[in-house]
Design a protein around this ligand. Structure first.
Ligand code: PEP
Ligand code: MN
Length: 264
């Protein structure tokens, strides 16, 4: 179902009347790794809305390596997202980790993110076929392109055609960059599926000073959008602080992407 057909087809995944992946416009999703407070998300929305960033991100259920690390605000975080969403009239994206969370998240968010660690959680993927909301599917930590495409196939074959694929780097021998961004996969996915493909440069490189150049390369490579972590006080981020951009750097990055997008 997700394979490219002849003649060439492009799926458009719509988040709102004005925001859609796979069309002419590059879609930028920005925001912190984790929702930490209403004030934090209001500051982010205020500063980014006119960048323009077309959607906000923020995890409220966080898949942390350590069980002792901050696990996310949970339902209270969903309420924060719901509030900024309506106050600033901007779509929001947040991660779903289990089937039991789908209903509440789908009520408050415009797009449900499947994190790398759940890319092959097949029961979750099947259930998301019935979520009634677009899905942002991130590539697994060490997933092949074939496995990634088949994960998308699970969601689509269970009833949800609105899947956006996200390359976020894969594990390799060198962890100087947190992961290794696979731009070849972006080019390949654009050819072998009709789904929109976006890139997460933040989790790919893991260091804020490397995010901007890699983001530009992703756009030059044909990505339909980007998801980038940024924070009002990057060093104070409760998770993924090292890769968080300041809001000012985020606004500057968005401006610098325009000429690249036009050239592609
Ligand atoms: C995230 O987006 O904050 C996240 C946990 O990403 P990934 O699943 O790609 O590691
Ligand atoms: Mn993160």
């Amino acid at each position: 179902l997700v394979a490219q057909s002849h003649p060439h087809h492009q799926t458009i995944v719509r988040l709102s009347k004005t925001v859609a992946f796979g069309g002419e416009e590059l879609v930028i999703i920005g925001g912190p790794c984790a929702v930490e407070s209403l004030e934090q998300m209001e500051t982010v929305a205020q500063q980014l809305k006119f960048a323009p960033v077309q959607a906000l991100r923020g995890g409220v259920y966080k898949p942390r390596t350590s069980p002792y690390a901050f696990q996310g605000m949970g339902e209270a975080g969903l309420e924060v997202l719901a509030q900024v969403r309506s106050q600033y009239n901007i779509p929001v994206v947040t991660e779903v980790m289990s089937i039991s969370q789908i209903e509440a998240i789908a009520t408050h968010a415009d797009m449900l993110q499947v994190g790398s660690r759940n890319m092959q959680n097949f029961d979750l993927l099947k259930a998301l076929g019935q979520a009634g909301k677009p899905i942002l599917l991130k590539r697994g930590l060490a997933a092949t392109i074939e496995e990634f495409v088949m994960a998308a196939e699970y969601i689509v074959s269970h009833g949800n055609p609105d899947v956006v694929m996200c390359e976020r780097g894969i594990r390799s021998f060198d962890n100087y960059t947190r992961n290794v961004l696979d731009l070849g996969a972006v080019a390949a996915l654009k050819q072998i599926t009709h789904l929109p493909v976006i890139v997460d440069p933040s989790h790919a490189v893991g260091k804020r000073e490397l995010v901007a150049p890699v983001a530009k390369a992703a756009v030059a490579c044909g990505a339909d959008g980007l998801i980038i972590e940024c924070h009002p006080e990057p060093e104070k981020s409760v998770s993924d602080a090292r890769q968080a951009l300041s809001l000012e750097d985020m606004v500057n990055l968005v401006a610098s992407l325009k000429p690249v997008a036009v050239a592609v």
